[in-house]
Design a protein around this ligand. Structure first.
Ligand code: HPA
Ligand code: ZN
Length: 325
């Protein structure tokens, strides 16, 4: 099979949740390995459940699925499988969200989560030449005190974590709830990002920028409701990590043909293409590129621009950026 130019191009993936890369087959295998009971007999039954009315419905299934992740080996296997799959899509740089709050309440040691994932990143650098690292995610529906406790637990790994992120149910959980945590992470020299403007209003994007002082926005597609904000994002070069298939599966847009990715690109925004939670939403990063290109009629130049934006938006130093652009 010959690959299209965009499929063959070296790419960055900046918006992927490691827990959201859990394939049904691995979920079932880990359930058996860890003796966790799940209400699905086989992978087809699981796939049949991947039908969501909105973000909340997805999150409930996603959290339930994570319950099979228990040991450092599980986090290694999960991360390794994703990185090997990303390599097949010619991804050369990955910045991946990982959410300790999804695991430590079940008794999983914080170190098992981090060490397992970090070891897989180390091995992928040698095996595949993939660079990148971990974005420590926070659950936005939990309190700032809980988020500060996550940061305290992360202190021993402080130098091995790339960035802080914010995820989970957006509506009613504005970025400003986490001002202190972001201040702390900034003091530690971490990069900063946050989900905003997926289901939530443009104001949440503004808050993430002005209050949390994030460097980029995860999703951000609802910025279009505020023309002034679209102009600001373009002028300031704030990247959006857009996930087209996710947005359709979670009913942010009714269909890919109605997605605003192309309009935002044409408005001058630094739009990037990513997969979010690929088995749940029907495709890894190449599928997000090719299906968006087909549905929106993206030109070859627009596709090249999207690929290039991935490296413009990445948390890498100028020397690496020059090598990738
Ligand atoms: N939005 C919010 N939280 C998430 C998502 C998302 O798209 N994916 C995994 N956690
Ligand atoms: Zn996400």
């Amino acid at each position: 099979m010959t690959l299209s130019a965009v499929e063959a191009a070296p790419k960055a993936e900046l918006h992927i949740h490691l827990e959201g890369s859990l394939e049904p087959d691995m979920l079932l295998a880990l359930a058996a390995r860890n003796q966790v009971t799940i209400p699905y007999a086989n992978a087809d039954e699981l796939r049949a459940a991947y039908d969501f009315a909105d973000l909340q419905e997805f999150l409930e299934l996603y959290w339930a699925g994570q319950s099979v992740l228990r040991t450092e080996r599980d986090f290694y296997d999960l991360t390794h499988a994703y990185l090997a799959r990303a390599h097949r899509d010619n991804v050369v740089h990955v910045e991946a969200h990982l959410l300790p709050q999804g695991h430590t309440p079940r008794g999983v040691p914080f170190g098992a989560v981090l060490d397992g994932a970090l070891a897989a990143f180390d091995d992928a650098r040698h095996a595949f030449g993939i660079t990148g690292g971990i974005i420590l995610g926070l659950n936005r529906h939990e309190s700032q005190d809980e988020a500060l406790a996550v940061l305290r637990s992360a202190q021993p790994w402080r130098d091995r974590i790339l960035a802080l992120g914010l995820e989970g149910p957006e509506k009613g959980n504005p970025p400003s709830k986490f001002t202190q945590v972001y201040d702390q992470a900034r003091d530690w020299g971490w990069h900063l990002t946050a989900h905003a403007g997926e289901e939530g209003p443009p104001d949440y994007i503004v808050e993430a920028l002005d209050v949390l002082k994030v460097e980029r926005i995860d999703h951000g597609v609802r910025c279009e409701q505020s023309p002034a904000l679209v102009r600001r994002l373009a002028e300031q070069g704030v990247p959006l990590t857009v996930c087209p298939l996710s947005n359709v599966m979670l009913k942010v847009f009714p269909a890919l043909a109605q997605h605003n990715l192309r309009r935002l690109l044409q408005a001058g925004l630094c739009v990037t293409v990513n997969s979010d939670d690929p088995p749940y939403f029907g495709g890894y990063v190449n599928a997000n590129y090719t299906q968006s290109a087909a549905a929106l009629g993206l030109s070859a130049a627009e596709q090249r621009r999207l690929v290039r934006n991935g490296f413009v938006a990445a948390f890498i130093d100028d020397a690496q950026r020059r090598r990738c652009l």
